[in-house]
Design a protein around this ligand. Structure first.
Ligand code: SF4
Ligand code: SF4
Ligand code: SF4
Length: 321
C-alpha cells in the first residue's frame, strides 16, 4: 500500500481507515449533497483539498465538528471515498494532537456520549441529558420540556443495561423472522417510531424479533470518538443475530442503518474487528447477517401489492407543503 510522509494527516487517514485521499479529483459531488454545507467553514471537498495540500489547519475547522456523519458525501463520491470516515479521523486526530475543538460543546457531547454507551450499552437519554446539562453548567436547561417528555413516556426514569449475551438460543422458523434493531431512542424519545414500525410489520405479517442484549449502534457521537468500539458494538449484535439463526436485521433509524451497514462491510474486510467480536461474544462471527432498512424489508417481505391492499388511511389529498 502507498504511504505518504509519516506525520501527515493523509497518512493518518490511510492508516486509520485505509482511504487514499489523493484519489479525490475535486468533483464537488460530496459538497453538493452535504445537508450541512452552509454551516461549514470548509466544504467537504475543501477538507479533502486541505488534506491533499498537507494543511493541518483543517484540524481547526468547524466543519469537522459540525459533520453529522450522515454518509451522504460518501455515497455520492464517484471515487467511493469514505468522506464521512475522513471527518471522523480528523476529529480523532485533532484530539490526539491537542488541537482545541472549534466547537467545544460538540466535543464534550461526543465524549460524554461514549462514556455512557460504554457504561450502559444503550444510551439512557434522561441520565445523559442531565449529565450533559451539568457538564455545561446549566443543570435546569429544558427542564419543562424534559418533564413533559417524562410524563408522556418519552424519557425513561431508569436506565437499561445492555450486554451482549454469552449464550443465545436459536429461534424456531428463523427464515420467517427478521431481527429488529430499534435503536436506543426507540424505547424513549422516538417511541412512536417503534410503535408504528411494530404495528406496520404486524399488519403485513412480518415477524420482527428484537435480539437480546443489543447495544447502541455506535452512531455519530461514538464513532467520532472511538471508531474501534463504534464498529464493534453493532458487530456484536449481529453476532447474536447469527446465533439466533436469523439472516437479516432491519432498522427504521437511518443512523442505526448506516452503522449496521458499516459493520456488515467490516465483517468482510476487518479481521481485527472480527477477532475482537469473537473474544467479546465467544462466537466466531461468520458475517452472515445482511442489513436492511425497514422500507426494504417491507418491500422484500410483503411487496407493493400487499402494502397497497393494507393501506387504511390513504395519503390522497394530503398537503405536505
Ligand atoms: S457525512 Fe458530514 S460531510 Fe458528509 S454529507 Fe453528511 S454532514 Fe456533510
Ligand atoms: S465527491 Fe469524492 S472525488 Fe468528488 S470532491 Fe468529494 S471526495 Fe473528492
Ligand atoms: S443512532 Fe440509533 S442506536 Fe445509535 S444512539 Fe441513535 S438511536 Fe441509539
Amino acid at each position: 500500500m502507498v504511504k505518504f510522509t509519516s506525520e501527515s494527516l493523509s497518512n493518518s487517514v490511510l492508516d486509520r481507515i485505509g482511504e487514499n485521499i489523493f484519489r479525490c479529483y475535486q468533483c464537488l459531488k460530496c459538497s453538493a449533497g452535504c445537508p450541512l454545507v452552509e454551516e461549514f467553514d470548509l466544504t467537504p471537498n475543501q477538507v479533502m483539498r486541505s488534506l491533499q495540500l498537507g494543511d493541518a489547519a483543517v484540524l481547526k475547522s468547524r466543519a469537522i465538528w459540525l459533520c453529522s456523519s450522515c454518509y451522504t458525501c460518501a455515497t455520492r463520491c464517484p471515487q467511493g471515498i469514505d468522506v464521512t470516515g475522513v471527518m471522523d479521523v480528523l476529529r480523532i486526530e485533532a484530539r490526539a494532537r491537542g488541537v482545541a475543538a472549534a466547537i467545544p460543546e460538540i466535543d464534550r457531547f461526543n465524549r460524554l456520549f461514549l462514556q455512557f454507551v460504554r457504561r450502559f450499552g444503550q444510551l439512557p437519554e434522561l441520565l445523559f441529558i442531565l449529565a450533559y446539562n451539568l457538564v455545561r453548567g446549566e443543570p435546569l436547561r429544558d427542564i419543562a420540556l424534559g418533564w413533559r417528555m417524562l410524563k408522556h413516556g418519552k424519557l425513561k426514569l431508569l436506565p437499561r443495561f445492555a450486554r451482549t449475551p454469552k449464550t443465545v438460543e436459536a429461534v424456531e422458523r428463523p427464515r420467517d423472522k427478521v431481527a429488529y434493531f430499534p435503536g436506543c431512542a426507540a424505547h424513549s424519545s422516538a417511541r412512536e417510531y417503534d410503535l408504528t414500525t411494530r404495528s406496520t410489520a404486524a399488519a403485513l405479517a412480518i415477524e420482527l424479533v428484537e435480539p437480546p442484549g443489543w447495544t447502541c449502534c455506535g452512531a455519530g457521537a461514538a464513532h467520532a470518538s472511538d471508531q474501534t468500539l463504534a464498529n464493534e458494538m453493532p458487530m456484536r449484535t449481529m453476532a447474536t443475530i447469527e446465533r439466533m439463526g436469523i439472516d437479516t436485521v432491519t432498522s427504521p433509524c437511518s443512523n442505526c442503518f448506516a452503522r449496521l451497514k458499516v459493520a456488515e462491510h467490516s465483517a468482510v474486510d476487518d479481521a481485527d474487528a472480527m477477532h475482537r467480536v469473537e473474544v467479546a461474544t465467544g462466537h466466531a462471527y461468520r458475517g452472515s447477517v445482511k442489513v436492511q432498512h425497514l422500507l426494504d424489508t417491507l418491500l422484500d417481505r410483503a411487496g407493493l401489492d400487499t402494502i397497497s391492499q393494507r393501506v387504511s388511511r390513504p395519503l390522497a389529498g394530503l398537503r405536505v407543503a
